[in-house]
Design a protein around this ligand. Structure first.
Ligand code: ATP
Length: 156
């Protein structure tokens, strides 16, 4: 789910831990799915908050479905990223962990959720160029590396 933008961390406010999960989604031609948040005009990977009673893998699949319209299979866990921001509706800082999974499309068709205005299937170079945050680029590098490993071993 995408909400209004957070702001720079406020050191006078409490820090609350929160976890999201998302996916680096590939289609069979080896291109990666990125989408752009309308409010910030920033490219990102699909993700969202882990709800009560949910496993992060379930969250990743649900958020991918909701945000992109795509049905995916999770190949495996890639990496976690961490960042902090001030969330004005609750007047707290969030200390967020996002768990990212390598995902393959198995069905559906792209239908962006409200809050996103563009999407693109990208090469590694294009994705690294479009993404705003270095930690997201780290996820993408590890996703392409993992994919090369899987495809290389499948071909040998
Ligand atoms: P979620 O999709 O997890 O429910 P959200 O859409 O409510 O989250 P975020 O995407 O985490 O919110 O954005 C909240 C704030 O954090 C924004 O200011 C955003 O620019 C910033 N942000 C988003 N991604 C990153 C990142 N990878 N590294 C650092 N800051 C980020």
């Amino acid at each position: 789910m995408v909400r209004i933008a957070g702001q720079r961390r406020r050191t006078d406010r409490p820090l609350v831990e929160t976890t999201s999960a998302g996916g680096a989604i590939f289609r069979p031609n080896g291109k990666l799915f990125l989408l752009r948040k309308t409010n910030e005009k920033r490219w990102c990977l699909p993700k969202g908050g882990v709800e009560e009673g949910e496993q992060p893998e379930e969250t990743a699949l649900r958020e991918i479905r909701e945000e992109t319209g795509l049905y995916c299979h999770l190949v495996g866990h890639l990496t976690d990223i961490h960042y902090k921001y001030y969330w004005s509706p609750d007047d707290v800082n969030f200390d967020k962990t996002v768990k990212y999974y390598l995902a393959e499309v198995v069905g559906g068709s792209v239908r962006l959720e409200r809050g996103f205005d563009l999407y693109r299937w990208c090469s590694e170079k294009e994705a690294l160029h479009l993404l705003h945050y270095e930690n997201d680029r780290r996820v993408v590098r590890s996703a392409f590396k993992r994919l090369r490993g899987i495809r290389g071993s499948a071909g040998s």
